[in-house]
Design a protein around this ligand. Structure first.
Ligand SMILES: C[S@@+](CC[C@H](N)C(=O)[O-])C[C@H]1O[C@@H](n2cnc3c(N)ncnc32)[C@H](O)[C@@H]1O
Length: 333
């Protein structure tokens, strides 16, 4: 039997062997009941995931040591992504911390690095209206971009308290926006009454609030400049809510952003990424959320003609002519 509840295997080789033994045990039916199978599976999965992290760090150290040996600067920058599938086993990179990996809902710094490299130049102004633990601020400082970070519940001195629905910046003043908003009420960010993370993604209020945020982002962005919006879908109590598709529709068809692309970012560190939840997902025939959407959109150029604008659809009304009283998301459903 695999040593699933024994003391932890010390070396990477022992851990690998432990996982292989567990695989063999499951394959040969060497478990007593469902609970026993679950225990073997969960333990082995935990071991394999930790090993993955060690391998990733080993790869980085190897690159850096080689660079050191030949007198090159350390290779501590992320790769620039060339496809629409991004996958990061760790939250941060380099010698300086970016954000706080213990902050619930922290953004992988690699995503912000890629956005900053693709859509800004040194000296440009980047805005993060829901800055959380400050990952965007840290990435921007290292990449020599100007940055403003707000949050309704700031946890650092360089983050200003502000509700993202009213941004104290001038029209057409920002070169890029990155936002990783709440995806619903799945994470307990704070008890602040204006915390959008206390609204359910199954309710209109949530989409109304984020549409107000999006309007402000549209207003402060310079024409032609880019917004990256990270968002996840929801599956709660046997109900799927396509939060990402709702936000994408709101951005492009309600607010007037032009689609640039949609990236799939692997989810790795959410609380349901445990052996037990994987087992439940199979046993009860549902799926765990495996990815988040990163929607990349841009504000139209001033001279951009109607032909270059995204297609319009019959539902909803034009953002410039509609009555502010009738903004409700439910009109667009
Ligand atoms: C997913 S977290 C952002 C994580 C952040 N990018 C990081 O790397 O740490 C979402 C953030 O939105 C903030 N938030 C919720 N409602 C807000 C509002 N009305 N205005 C500004 N920030 C808000 C929460 O306090 C939380 O920090």
């Amino acid at each position: 039997m695999p040593p699933r509840r024994s003391k932890r295997a010390e070396s990477a080789a022992d851990q690998l062997q432990e996982a292989i033994d567990a695989l063999g045990a499951i394959r040969r039916g060497r478990f007593t009941d469902d609970d026993d199978l679950d225990a073997i599976y969960r333990h082995a999965l935990g071991v394999v995931r930790k090993l993955g992290g060690r391998v990733q760090r080993l790869e980085r150290d190897l690159r850096n040591e080689r660079a050191n040996a030949v007198g090159e600067p350390p290779d501590n920058k992320p790769v620039l992504e060339s496809t629409t599938l991004w996958d990061y086993p760790v939250q941060s990179y380099g010698e300086n911390k970016k954000g706080d990996s213990r902050y619930q809902g922290v953004t992988p710094a690699f995503i912000i690095y890629n956005m900053v490299q693709r859509y800004t130049e040194p000296g440009d102004l980047v805005l993060d209206p829901m800055c959380g633990s400050g990952t965007t601020i840290d990435v921007c400082h290292e990449e020599k971009r100007e940055v403003i970070g707000y949050d309704i519940n700031p946890i650092r001195d360089d983050i200003q308290r502000n509700d993202a629905r009213v941004i104290p910046l001038q029209d057409d003043s920002v070169d890029m926006v990155f936002i990783d908003s709440p995806y619903g009420d799945n994470v307990d960010y704070s008890e602040h009454p204006e915390n959008i993370g206390n609204l359910s993604a199954e309710q209109d209020d949530f989409y109304d609030a984020l549409a107000e945020v999006a309007e402000e982002l549209y207003r402060v962005l310079k024409p032609g400049k880019t917004l990256g919006w990270l968002i996840g879908d929801q599956w709660v109590k046997r109900r799927f809510t396509p939060v990402g598709f709702n936000i994408y529709t709101m951005l492009t068809e309600q607010i007037g952003f032009i689609p640039v692309d949609a990236i799939c970012v692997t989810r790795r560190n959410q609380s349901s990424n445990t052996g037990l939840w994987h087992y439940r997902a199979l046993k009860h025939n549902f799926y765990l959320r495996g990815y988040k959407h990163l929607f990349i959109v841009r504000k139209p150029e001033r001279r951009e003609t109607i032909d270059q604008q995204p297609r319009t659809i019959k539902v909803g009304i034009d953002r410039h002519t509609r009555n502010p009283e009738s903004r409700s998301w439910r009109k667009y459903k």
